[in-house]
Design a protein around this ligand. Sequence first.
Ligand SMILES: [Zn+2]
Length: 176
Amino acid sequence: MFVLGHAGIGSQLISRKYPYWIVIAGAIFPDLLDKPIFYIRYFMHGENLTALGLISGTRTFGHICWIWILLYFIFHHYKNIKVQAFCLGAITHVGLDLLAAALFGHDFLLQFSGMMFPFLGFQFPPYPFLGMKDHLNSVRSVHIWVGEVIGAILLYRGYRLGRWGKKPFFWTGMGL
Ligand SMILES: [Zn+2]
């Protein structure tokens, strides 16, 4: 699932009492964290994926089960509604990725065991593509576009319902 799918569908799963922008920021955060880490290493090592070692895919620190536990702890510890909104958004991300992997993914069991790091093996989920070209080709998959279109419609609906508010959260400050 890509950015619009996560933002639109993830934010729809969270109560309206939480600030919309911050839920959306949380919903895309795991990818914003993990994808650059992987691709920086990928470009350093070329297509030799085995040379990447532990950082073996685009789902690493932001996608493992520990992040759920950590987010759950933060959610309960901090009563700040903005912090809670961010945690809830991020939890939807990991859940939706897992669901998408179960429904359409390559090697779901490998992805799942990687997300359970380190309980089912000391390895993050492996990059399920043969290389950058193969990854870009996956963008053509119907289920990705369905997710993006549904996400875009839900974001537009949020806008029509006034959930975007007058100012994005980063103008008003997250108040952390
Ligand atoms: Zn993800």
